[in-house]
Ligand binder design. Structure first.
Ligand SMILES: Nc1ncnc2c1ncn2[C@@H]1O[C@H](COP(=O)(O)OP(=O)(O)OP(=O)(O)O)[C@@H](O)[C@H]1O
Length: 842
């Protein structure tokens, strides 16, 4: 027996979640149990329709499919008793005749205009009515009750169209509406005529080839703006794949790419050829070659076709099969149905499951679910069976900071508490840790001899102490020793530190003559042989100083760890050794990296050395638009060759369309490149959520700004009081610097907030943190305070930037503001005293 859940289940009211889960667990254990009260409803639109008793007032709405391989229960949702019964009259499970995708449709028993009008009404609470319903009553309606306003259900004529969609001869020619616009205009949709995107694709193709409902296509054609389209799609509650396809097309993604994303090679979780992905191209560019699920499988009944249709990648946007009893228990134990855990986009599923012949890079805008993919993939890899040597896989999930690693850790636990865990680096199971902590772990495990060798190789001296870290002042002191010959362009800590990280350490240079000979590709500042001599003297002064202090920089720690790992592997990873020994020469089989854009040369050399070059060795999540630390690196320089194994996620799950558009406008002023040194783009970035426009407000004085922000926070806190599902810690104030001061000032205006630095967020009060600290987090409502020209870009930091670095510095500051605005799920407010940041002038 199988259980498949519809996405509705992730939106259950909190009060009923626990009981709904209990119901599911019981159903999974024995679907004949009388306690479930699973009953057909007389005259239901679909003979498979059933209700089950969750408690006195609530009923589960299910479909019972009886396929050749057994029963498959599709659980659609949990509703008050009366509503569940009413749904019987209209709800159907259908196979889309064009593409074989199983969809929820609504039988056209209700007048479509009336239904549309009702769908437009806000969902109201009907509990009081339903509370009067006696639990034993099972009402069998003769006809649909037109007063039904809850739950929200698919548009009626959509259902009719689903079954008509094969009839292409009646399809009208496209009527090209004006343009899609967003306010403020943004680089993805702005002023893009539909004639260039959606409009160029004839309705006939969308309907009879893609399988879109006619009602959906005509609704889209009548919309002028993307907000209008979103609003309409939301009210129609059409299958997710159709909304997704429309938005994708409207944002400029080609028809072929859309079909590939939704209907491309399905993943069954088995080891697919990596190169099927690296050479991925739309398999059916001439139109869809996929077959309706029922076609060509003689002897299969209708239920079999529905079951097959549920497993199509497009259907999996709305339906998720619970794989086994363990999975059901996991869902039950975790106590909720968070969508990200179960309903992956077909693309996310693909990247989480596929096998690759080498490093893979997954890029995508803020909130597109890169972390979600990494977490799913990591848990999955940790559960793969042990190879012939009997040692289960060693999987490491890492990221830039400790805080981000803690966040990953808690997501893994939420997703799958049964994934085997490793207590330390090198053990079987999944190990989650910040990258610097991993490098330190390697150094801690090294013998004195290993350390001595590595430090001699990297630094030209033996160095055994590993606990002290150097800092910026070491560079300042070293610079003070510089001779008068030091070229003006090299007279800055920013340049010297960068040259040391990008050239000296990766090339393991320990002598002036080597530095004078080395090639310095892609360095902004040109240096002749002669000019390099005084530069090297500063490096030497730095090394003498840190040797005296017994300190190492974080980058040096990573490079040393890389050297130690490389020499351990070199001793064993030879063709003459057994496969098991060669594998054991490395501490990691599968490495997954989040926030890759922020890692430096030392990190990448260390990570490359950590994992044996092999199948599924590295999987890197990154967004170059969010690079806020350090300077740009190109992976191929560190032996990490992506060569075609890279893909981009574009559907934003976090923010509203309005907040996303705002963020994209901030990016529009910069030009970014990715970890493969190719231009980074925002093409296709879109959100399916719509909300209110961000508010940007300037003030004459700082006090006026603080007064406004505190009153905003008070309003939001009042909302939390009225609605317990809204949590104060889901409100954040983000600042460029000094969150402690901002928190104190807000306190002076009567709002109690917590200033969060390295520690974790506590429940109960709004959060104040820096924009840097906010990386990787998300909040319901966000105020970006002091977003004025005096703070962003940071004038203090700007002062230290040599000319050659100022363009990159500005990009990072721009990215910082983009990171900050994309933390907001719902409400976004930006305030500033005097003049706004230059990045806010669109
Ligand atoms: N398939 C999904 N269904 C529902 N929610 C999802 C899905 N994928 C991701 N999300 C949600 O979207 C939000 C952003 O996801 P995630 O943090 O993985 O994105 P990201 O690309 O790593 O973002 P960032 O780069 O900004 O850190 C999270 O709240 C996550 O739970």
């Amino acid at each position: 027996m199988n259980i498949t859940m519809h996405k509705n289940m992730s939106k259950l009211e909190k009060s009923i979640k626990g009981k709904a889960l209990e119901f599911l667990v019981k159903l999974g254990a024995d679907d004949t149990s009388p306690g479930l009260h699973i009953e057909p409803i007389h005259n239901s639109a679909d003979r498979r329709f059933r209700t089950g008793r969750v408690d006195k007032f609530w009923r589960a709405v299910l479909f019972k499919l009886t396929g050749k391989t057994g029963t498959n229960w599709v659980i659609y949702g949990v509703y008050p008793h009366d509503d569940a019964i009413k749904l019987a009259a209209s709800l159907k499970l259908d196979v889309n005749p064009t593409n074989g995708v199983t969809e929820i449709t609504l039988v056209d028993k209700v007048d479509p205009d009336e239904l549309e009008a009702r769908l437009a009404e806000p969902a109201d609470g009907t509990e009081s009515e339903t509370q009067a319903v006696a639990e034993s009553d099972v009402v069998v309606p003769d006809t649909a009750d037109p007063s039904m306003s809850r739950p929200r259900i698919p548009e009626a004529d959509g259902a009719a169209q689903a079954s008509q969609s094969g009839a292409s001869s009646n399809v009208e020619e496209p009527q090209i509406p004006a343009t899609f616009q967003r306010v403020p205009a943004d680089p993805v949709f702005a002023d893009k005529p539909l004639a260039e995107t959606l409009g160029t694709i004839p309705d006939a193709r969308l309907i009879s080839e893609l399988g879109m409902w006619k009602s959906v296509v005509s609704a889209a054609r009548s919309c002028q703006t993307v907000d209008e389209l979103l609003d309409r799609l939301n009210r129609m509650e059409i299958p997710d794949w159709q909304s997704d396809a429309l938005l994708d097309l409207a944002s400029g993604t080609s028809y072929d790419d859309v079909t590939e994303k939704l209907f491309g090679q399905a993943d069954n979780g088995t080891d697919e050829s990596a190169d099927s992905s690296s050479t991925e191209s739309p398999s059916d560019v001439e139109g869809l070659t996929r077959k309706p699920a029922g076609e060509g499988l003689e002897g299969r009944n209708e239920d079999d076709a529905l079951i097959a249709g549920l497993r199509t990648s497009a259907a999996q946007l709305s339906f998720a099969e619970i794989e086994d009893e363990d999975e059901l228990k996991r869902v039950a134990e975790s106590g909720d149905f968070e969508a990200w855990r179960v309903f992956l986009h077909p693309e996310q599923r693909r990247w989480a499951q596929r096998s690759y012949n080498g490093p893979f890079r997954l890029s995508g805008g803020a909130g597109t679910g890169k972390t979600v993919v990494l977490v799913h993939r990591a848990a999955r890899l940790a559960k793969t069976p042990a190879p012939d040597d009997g040692i289960p896989p060693r999987v490491v999930l890492t990221t830039f900071t400790r805080n981000l690693a803690s966040e990953l850790e808690s997501q893994v636990s939420t997703l799958d508490s049964s994934a085997p865990r490793a207590g330390k680096l090198g053990n079987s199971g999944l190990y989650v840790s910040g990258v610097d902590q991993l490098a330190y772990e390697v150094l801690s495990s090294a013998t004195s001899e290993e350390l001595a060798q590595a430090t001699a190789h990297l630094l030209g001296r033996t160095h055994i102490a590993i606990n002290n870290r150097s800092n910026d002042s070491d560079w300042d002191r070293a610079l003070e020793t510089a001779s008068a010959d030091l070229p003006e362009r090299a007279r800055s800590r920013v340049f010297l530190e960068d040259e040391y990280e990008q050239i000296v350490l990766p090339n393991r240079l320990t002598s002036k003559s080597d530095y004078q000979r080395i090639k310095r590709p892609a360095r902004g500042v040109r240096l002749s042989r002669q000019q390099r001599a005084p530069v090297w003297e500063v490096f030497e002064a730095y090394r003498v100083r840190t040797a005296t202090n017994d300190s190492l920089s974080y980058v040096e720690v990573n490079h040393l760890a890389a050297l130690i790992l490389e020499s351990r592997a070199k001793a064993v990873d030879r063709p003459t050794e057994s496969e098991a020994d060669r594998r054991a020469a490395y501490p990691v089989d599968h490495l997954l990296v989040d926030e890759g854009q922020d890692l430096n040369s030392g990190h990448w050399m260390f990570l490359r050395a950590l994992v044996r070059p092999s199948r599924n060795d590295m999987f890197i999540g990154e967004d170059s638009h969010q690079r806020i630390y350090g300077n740009k690196v190109v992976l191929s320089r560190f032996g990490i060759n992506i060569v075609g194994r890279s893909r981009r996620l574009t559907l934003n799950y976090r923010t509203t369309e309005q907040n996303l558009a705002f963020g994209l406008n901030i990016l529009a002023g910069g030009s970014f490149s990715d970890l493969e040194d190719a231009a980074e783009s925002v093409a296709g970035y879109r959100s399916l959520r719509t909300g209110i426009a961000p508010e940007v407000k300037g003030f004459d004085t700082l006090d006026a700004e603080l007064e406004y922000v505190s009153s905003k926070l008070k309003d939001w806190l009042a909302d939390c009081k009225n609605n317990p599902t809204l949590k104060p810690e889901q409100i954040a104030v983000l600042v460029r610097s000094d969150p402690g001061k901002a928190a104190r000032r807000l306190g002076d205006y009567g709002v109690s907030v917590q200033s969060v630095g390295k520690g974790l967020i506590k429940e109960g009060t709004p959060v104040v943190m820096t924009m840097h600290r906010a990386k990787g987090t998300e909040f319901r409502n966000v105020v970006i305070m002091h977003a004025g020209s005096e703070d962003i870009p940071s004038p203090l930091n700007a002062r230290f930037q040599p000319d050659e670095y100022s363009a990159d510095f500005n990009l990072r500051e721009r990215s910082l503001l983009y990171v900050a605005v994309t933390r907001a799920r719902d409400c976004l407010v930006l305030t500033y005293p005097n003049r706004p940041s230059e990045y806010l002038i669109f």
